[in-house]
Write a protein that binds this ligand. Structure first.
Ligand code: GLN
Length: 529
């Protein structure tokens, strides 16, 4: 097993995750089996209890773990399925060590950060590296992205573990890539000082980078590269430019052009192989149409719905459609804003804030033939909206929203739940699709598996009345309603599951494809008029 360690300097939000995923992609293009581990130095066990407005989307894996959004990037770039072990947090490491201590496993030792915590981190990394990932081959290269910024107190034990692994393994089995920011001053000159300082911080903990990836608005000049090479003690060819590109899927091509893959292959003494080009045709974009999708959200930041953005992109590419997203504030929604969109998407969410705006948007979409895709909470609110305005149950609501007629009710097994972390209905569940329905047509099969994350469901007692009034529950899992659609509407489809988590560039998600197509058709139809 070869390890590619990726650290970050200067500040967070540099796109270290995309850089890591892209490095994996260019290795995979050369036929190497690649897997990826994200280290999150926070004390939370997982991302499940974290506010997405602070930390971005909580990504859900097939095994039901709630993880950092970077794992979504790894899955999409590498086309693999990761598991709980691929996201290591301080919380998980300390929990394991403390459990072992209580069981007496340390045989009287004083349990310390070095060696007990660092040993546990190393074991976790090795365990994750050899864990199957749904790829077609066992990984030969494991990417290890250390979250946070070098110098943070939280990441110290992880950096120490990386230092130890680098010392224990042969030189050619590990490579350390440091991702840093190269800003421009007010005169437009590129400044290398922040990079120098962050490399100095790395050296203080005994880590010497083999390569430096400089994030910048425009390509690093030869002079800047020379300076970074000299001050940071790496060969000039190991200073890689990573400029901001309009589409993240173009980053592998940028890094390839800079010679990053060749440098990594050489350092790790991997066999030299021709790079395949399939990925580049998968992500190439040629548009014949443009649509605008309105997403109703109560959050101010777009990263909360990263996987939805990507799934729309994948479906857009598959249908040659450029998808532009308009973010609509659920708490300040004005119906007039909906006049200019070609389709409406109501995503997942928690808590009652913004729910009435989402319901109003769904009503507009249903009554005006605007293509609608509802996901998780969006599915539940579509049922609420229908109950209120078609069935006339004016007090219909979700149990999550408070008092009223609970057309959406707590899942029976959730009534006992006390802890909030990791206790929802999570991960893969099979869904049976009813023949002759839109969703069955889109998937082209009777049974699918999709990822879940919820505590509430359609109240079983209300199903007969809803069906009587025209709702078609076209996907089910046992007694649980998973998909709803409204026949007669150009496109009104909502799912209790989250199809966005399984969407990949080469395998766009069927509900998203159907939605984007319907938006295109609506746009064409309205243009003719
Ligand atoms: N809050 C809803 C539930 O728990 C929806 C969850 C979601 O959208 N992910 O069922």
């Amino acid at each position: 097993m070869k390890y590619v360690f990726v650290t970050g300097g200067v500040m967070s939000g540099l796109g270290k995750g995309i850089t890591t995923a892209s490095i994996g992609r260019i290795l995979k293009n050369r036929g190497f089996g690649v897997t990826a581990v994200k280290i999150d130095p926070y004390l939370n066990i997982d991302a499940g209890t974290m506010n997405p407005a602070q930390h971005g989307e909580v990504f859900v894996l097939a095994d039901g773990s709630e993880v950092d959004l970077d794992l979504g990037n790894y899955e999409r770039f590498l086309d693999i399925d990761l598991g709980a072990r691929h996201n290591i947090t301080t919380g998980k490491v300390y929990r394991t060590v403390i459990e072992k201590e209580r069981q007496g496993d340390y045989l009287g030792d004083t349990v310390q950060i070095i060696p007990h915590i660092t040993d546990e981190i190393k074991a976790s990394i090795r365990g994750a590296a050899t864990e199957p990932n749904g790829g077609d081959q066992l990984a030969e290269v494991c990417l290890v992205e250390v979250g946070g910024t070098v110098g943070d107190i939280e990441s110290m034990p992880f950096l120490e573990a990386v230092r130890q692994m680098r010392g224990e393994l042969p030189h050619e089995d590990t490579v350390l890539i440091h991702v840093t920011l190269v800003p421009e001053d007010t005169m437009g000159d590129m400044k290398t000082k922040p990079t120098q300082h962050s490399v100095k911080a790395l050296r203080e903990v005994g880590l010497y980078p083999d390569m430096i990836v400089g994030r910048s608005g425009r390509p690093l000049s030869p002079n800047t590269k020379r300076k970074i090479a000299a001050f940071c003690d790496v060969p000039q060819g190991a200073v890689i430019s990573n400029t901001t590109v309009p589409d993240i899927y173009q980053v592998p091509a940028e890094l390839e052009k800079e010679g990053l893959a060749d440098a990594v292959v050489e350092h790790l003494q991997l066999p030299r192989r021709e790079a395949g080009t399939e990925w580049y045709s998968t992500v190439a974009r040629e548009f014949t149409s443009r649509i605008t999708v309105g997403i109703v959200s109560k959050y101010g930041i777009e990263d909360v719905y990263l996987s939805i953005k990507e799934a729309l992109k994948h479906a857009g590419r598959a249908t040659s459609t450029e998808v532009t997203i308009t973010w609509l504030d659920a708490e300040r929604l004005e119906i007039g804003q909906l006049a200019d969109i070609d389709g409406l998407l109501v995503p997942g969410g928690f808590g009652r804030r913004g729910m009435e705006g989402k319901i109003a948007a769904i009503r507009y979409g249903r009554e005006n033939g605007v293509p609608f895709l509802g996901l998780c909470l969006g599915f539940q609110l579509a049922v609420v909206e229908f109950s209120r305005h078609v069935l006339g149950w004016t007090d219909a609501c979700s149990e999550e929203m408070g008092n009223g007629r609970h057309v959406i009710a707590i899942l029976p097994e959730q009534e006992e739940v006390e802890d909030l972390g990791g206790t929802m209905r999570l991960g893969d569940y099979p869904v049976i699709l009813r023949s002759g329905t839109r969703v069955r047509d889109l998937y082209g099969t009777d049974q699918i598996v999709e990822r879940h994350r919820h505590r509430y469901e359609v109240n079983p007692a209300e199903i007969p009345a809803l069906e009587e009034a025209g709702v078609v529950f076209s996907g089910t899992c046992g007694d649980r309603m998973e998909v709803m659609e409204l026949p007669g509407h150009p496109f009104f489809l909502a799912t209790q599951f989250h199809p966005e988590f399984r969407s990949r560039p080469a395998r766009p998600s069927p509900p998203f494809i159907g939605f984007v197509r319907a938006c295109r058709e609506r746009k064409q139809a309205t243009q003719v008029i």
